[in-house]
Unconditional design. Structure first.
Length: 168
């Protein structure tokens, strides 16, 4: 059970218990019950993944050179928006499946340095983590994330698929 569901369940039980005791406790219990309900409603909601914006793909080049991929997204709305850049490296449909050791991925930091990015792997697709990449874009702001991919296995084949996760 998620912590969000647990908090809501506890808050609901607190309100029910408070209402049950209201008949015997009088107006003081009513104030406590209202305070508990107000505290629960002020808990900020965690962003929920609602969609992906797919960007143009490119072949995975197994030449031992470093290849840069830029993920760019502009918040055109008038409200803040939570987004996360992501890089997928997809194996060929017929295999062989890529392993995290077949490539290295680095991300350029705001200071211009390169930082290694750990990759997850699922059914032949390597991917960068969304949770650590989440950021809030204010209205009119632009997200630019630059990744550097180096193929370490000369037999590796696949497709690099940049995208942006959109939260609501």
């Amino acid at each position: 059970m998620s912590s969000k569901n647990s908090r809501l369940r506890i808050a609901f039980l607190a309100v029910v218990v408070g209402l049950a005791g209201l008949a015997t406790a009088g107006p003081a219990a009513a104030a406590t019950t209202q305070h508990t309900a107000a505290a629960v409603s002020s808990v900020p909601a965690e962003p929920v993944l609602v969609d992906f914006l797919d960007l143009p793909t490119a072949p995975l080049v197994a030449d031992g050179e470093q290849h840069e991929f830029t993920v760019t997204y502009r918040n055109e709305s008038s409200a803040d928006q939570t987004v996360a850049p992501q890089l997928l490296v997809e194996s060929p449909d017929a295999g062989p499946f890529l392993e995290p050791t077949d490539i290295t991925v680095e991300r350029r930091t705001p200071g211009g340095c390169w930082k290694a990015v750990e990759l997850g792997s699922q059914t032949g697709t390597l991917y960068t983590d969304l949770a650590t990449a989440q950021r809030t874009l204010h209205a009119g702001d632009t997200l630019t994330a630059v990744y550097r991919v180096t193929v370490t296995d000369p037999e590796a084949e696949g497709t690099v698929h940049p995208r942006v996760a959109l939260y609501g």
